[in-house]
Design a protein around this ligand. Structure first.
Ligand code: ZN
Length: 167
């Protein structure tokens, strides 16, 4: 395993920076988390997002990898958000919109879900990356797991944050 300082550098390298599509020209669009891109890039990204949502919707919520890394945790938080939002009654959906209209967007809601879960994941599993310089324009910081987090740790965190029922 990498020492912590090296892992932080590795984590920074993995950060997806906005890109500029060669075909964007004067008619490009600024898309948060993608960059300045052409209509074709936008269509591809939208289709990939729809495909991922359908894939996650089709998976049982209780299905988890035995161990989580940062990417599988991100994916699980998005799956949790999609299942949670799909299951809301119209009244509860209105309450969610009342607290923050962005939360009906699964990607936005999953940030809240991750924050809730991570409060109950022991510190020795993760590192927090604080961005400096230009990187700060795009992100205020994020976490990385630097060792696999067993599913039981995530399940316990879900229960402690009252996102799932206690046994
Ligand atoms: Zn393009």
């Amino acid at each position: 395993m990498l020492p912590k300082s090296l892992d932080c550098i590795a984590a920074r390298v993995r950060v997806r920076l906005p890109r500029i599509c060669e075909k964007a020209g004067e008619n490009g669009r600024i898309v948060p988390s993608i960059g300045y891109v052409c209509g074709g890039c936008v269509a591809v990204a939208q289709q990939q997002r729809r495909d991922l949502h359908e894939e996650l919707r089709a998976e049982p919520l209780g299905e988890m990898p035995p161990n989580f890394d940062t990417a599988t945790f991100d994916r699980y938080a998005l799956k949790f958000s999609i299942h949670f939002l799909d299951a809301l009654s119209p009244e509860n959906r209105d309450r969610v919109i009342g607290s923050n209209p962005m939360f009906v967007i699964p990607e936005a809601f999953s940030l809240l879900i991750k924050e809730q879960i991570l409060q109950h994941v022991p510190d020795h599993y993760m590192t927090t990356v604080q961005f400096e310089g230009h990187d700060r324009l795009f992100s205020s910081g994020e976490f990385r797991f630097f060792k696999p987090v067993p599913a039981k740790v995530i399940l316990r965190a879900l229960r402690k944050s009252k996102l799932i029922e206690a046994e």
